[in-house]
Design a protein around this ligand. Structure first.
Ligand SMILES: Cc1cc2nc3c(=O)[nH]c(=O)nc-3n(C[C@H](O)[C@H](O)[C@H](O)COP(=O)(O)OP(=O)(O)OC[C@H]3O[C@@H](n4cnc5c(N)ncnc54)[C@H](O)[C@@H]3O)c2cc1C
Length: 433
């Protein structure tokens, strides 16, 4: 056990003091650390914007609990320790010619962190929907094996690490496939009109919505045979400087946020006007492998059917003269299949997810867009991403998640002394600690 004092999140917006910290490498160490603590959280890559990974007396770092335990070639299942980084997991899966068919746009997070917060990509389920079994370390340090057909599975898949800690996880993979991707700008009028047909005619759809420009950058992909030729065109070389240029321009807009309106038009003209065409597997062709700087994120999800009206209201609100919410580019629009996980933002509904980014993490508290986006999504029954910024608490969440009260009861029975709650999580579940 090491003595340290301050835990700092990736983007430095969440800081907590603590008394004890453990770096675990075995299930036994992980379970003992939980058993012997009165107040404990476990963390992976610290890349969540919400305050859910620390803030307790004891912290457990799972990043070295990261081994591959088993590969079952016949059933395409892989079993790993929960601290494995997606990069290592996905490279292994890729080497077997398999895939997880719905990937987030980040590969530096841990599998445990990804499952706990309902992390997802587009055109598939949350990563946790591919989990077929897990070993859960409960508050008393005992292990419970949970399989697909167990009652607990739907509660545990997305559970913020408040029912217990994932020890090992088995994922169902699928045969790898190759995507032919075409990326190009389209007016909002065009892509919103065609949304349903784009979804039914493509295997991959992601729209980088460009607030204040009336445009979206639409990425469409279709599965093709691996050896089919595609004339690759990745556009001009300067496109790779998009994030750096955005960060620079948005620094200049800091004192007068309304100038974001113009910054976005410049960024659109410079970085989103080119058409790109390429092919590759889901991981290689669509997941960002490196980012130069930090950011702060929110993300909300809404019923597919409600999305067009919501987008209209959002556009009108942010472009009106009364507006104080000028939003950085892009707002990432993706599509998630309905599922049965109690705290999934796609619980029992086909869902559209929409990201909201502040490229300057340090000024996130004064970034009005987070509040405006949250208010509008709440009006439409939107649900937040657990790992990103939101202000909603128990009274709002209970209206959004049909199984919210069942989850609260289960949490109380599995963690009667609230050892897994920090202050933030306690406020979400209306608990006193
Ligand atoms: C640049 C960037 C891009 C992103 N892109 C996407 C995206 O495309 N799609 C998407 O859905 N999300 C995305 N996210 C959000 C991200 O996937 C989540 O915040 C994720 O939880 C981060 O994983 P982590 O390893 O950093 O977890 P941490 O932030 O360290 O922890 C997150 C939560 O998981 C819990 N936890 C950690 N390990 C375990 C375990 N073993 N058992 C139980 N609970 C555990 C922690 O206690 C904490 O509550 C993105 C975030 C960033 C910063």
């Amino acid at each position: 056990m090491k003595k340290e004092n301050t835990w700092i999140s990736w983007n430095e917006n969440v800081k907590h003091s603590f008394t004890n910290s453990y770096d675990v490498t075995t299930e036994e160490e992980f379970a003992d650390a939980i058993k012997n603590s009165d107040s404990v959280r476990f963390y992976g890559s610290k890349q969540s914007s919400s305050d859910i990974a620390a803030g307790t007396d004891t912290l457990i770092n799972i990043k070295n609990y990261n081994q591959i335990i088993d590969i079952d070639k016949a059933s395409k299942k892989i079993t790993v320790q929960s601290g494995i980084e997606l990069k290592d997991l996905l490279e292994k899966i890729e080497s077997l010619d398999w895939c997880i068919p719905c990937l987030p746009d980040i590969n530096t997070i841990t599998l445990g962190g990804a499952l706990a917060t309902g992390t997802h990509g587009t055109n598939g389920g949350l990563i946790s929907s591919y989990m077929t079994s897990c070993r859960l370390i409960k508050a008393d340090g005992t292990i419970q094996v949970i399989n697909e057909d167990d009652m607990l599975m739907d509660a545990v898949r997305v559970s913020l690490g408040v029912l217990g800690a994932f020890s090992t996880i088995t994922l169902q993979c699928e045969e790898s496939y190759t995507l032919h991707l075409i990326e190009e700008p389209e007016s909002d009028a065009l892509w919103t009109k065609n949304l349903s047909s784009y979804l039914s005619n493509h295997d991959f759809l992601r729209i980088l919505w460009l607030p204040h420009t009336g445009m979206g950058y639409v990425i469409k992909g279709k599965k093709i045979p691996k050896d089919q030729h595609v004339e690759e065109d990745l556009g001009p070389a300067y496109l790779k400087n998009r994030r750096k240029a955005s960060k620079f321009l948005y620094q200049l807009t800091k004192t007068a946020p309304w100038t974001i309106y113009f910054a976005n038009k410049i960024l659109y003209k410079r970085f989103f006007k080119s058409r790109k065409e390429h092919k590759g597997n889901l991981y290689q062709a669509t997941v960002t492998k490196s980012r130069g700087s930090t950011l702060e994120l929110a993300e909300w999800t809404v019923d597919f059917d409600k999305f067009p009206s919501l987008l209209k209201e959002l556009s009108e609100t942010i472009n009106s003269f009364k507006n104080k919410s000028f939003i950085h580019i892009p707002m990432d629009v993706r599509f998630v299949d309905s599922d049965d996980s109690w705290l999934s933002n796609a619980y029992k509904r086909k869902t559209v997810t929409m990201g909201c980014v502040s490229r300057d993490a340090s000024s996130a508290d004064s970034y009005e867009a987070f509040k405006t986006v949250e208010n509008i999504f709440l009006k439409y029954g939107g649900r937040p991403h657990w790992g990103k910024r939101f202000a909603a608490k128990d009274p709002e969440l209970t209206k959004l998640y049909p199984k919210w009260n069942d989850f609260k009861d289960l949490r109380k029975s599995m963690d009667p002394t609230n050892k897994f709650l920090n202050k933030y999580l306690a406020s979400i579940f209306s608990e006193k600690i």
